[in-house]
Design a protein around this ligand. Structure first.
Ligand code: IMP
Length: 191
């Protein structure tokens, strides 16, 4: 069995990823390796931030690992909040971040948006990059109580419910992180 450290302390992400990889891989969080450092996301792109996270773990612990970064890219807002999704409103408060998105889109009919996840995997000292994208639209108001972040206002294309109204398994099948993880899993299976 392959053990990988996921450079996150976000329990929602940890849960999604563990559900996706199933029993084939063991995924440890930063807490599991007693890493309490808050890895600063100082990159200007999702790729840079994903690499910052995986490289921090690899350089300090010499373990096989991966880091991810996700952005909500809204067409009418020039792909903002993008790499700034976590602190769009100046705080990490998801409700405030959602409020700001809804406010900026007031009166705008183009609601097209996508979630994009980049994963940086470091295995046997080499780095590999995987990307997952899900296209959808920003709702005019929140719907659903599941998930996290911007889930309550994101309706993936082909559905009439938001991510926050989906069960985890359903979200994982089509989501940005689920798709990027799927690529990572296929890659590991071919090693
Ligand atoms: P992170 O830096 O990869 O944690 O992602 C940045 C921000 O994007 C998070 O703080 C969330 O607000 C948002 N985000 C990431 N993944 C998701 C998701 O699956 N659903 C909704 N929002 C997400």
């Amino acid at each position: 069995m392959i053990t990988l450290v996921f450079a996150t302390n976000n329990p929602n992400k940890q849960q999604e990823v563990q559900a996706k990889v199933g029993a084939a891989f063991k995924v440890l969080s930063l807490a599991d390796i007693n890493c309490t450092h808050d890895i600063a996301e100082t990159g200007l792109t999702l790729d840079e931030n994903a690499s910052i996270k995986s490289r921090y773990v690899f350089n300090n612990y010499q373990l096989n690992c991966f880091g991810d970064d996700t952005g909500l890219e809204i067409e009418a807002l020039d792909n903002q909040p993008g790499v700034y999704s976590a602190r769009y409103s100046g705080t990490r408060d998801s409700e405030k971040n959602i409020d700001l998105v809804l406010q900026k889109l007031t009166g705008i009919t183009n609601r097209n948006a996508r979630f994009r996840t980049v994963i940086s995997l470091i295995i046997n000292s080499k780095e590999y990059i995987f990307e997952g994208i899900v296209n959808g639209a920003i709702r005019h108001q929140r719907s659903g109580t599941g998930g996290f972040g911007y889930d309550a206002i994101f309706e993936p294309n082909g559905y009439d419910i938001t991510f926050a109204e989906m069960v985890l398994k359903e979200k994982n099948k089509i989501s940005h992180r689920g798709l990027a993880m799927q690529k990572l899993i296929l890659f590991l299976q071919q090693l």
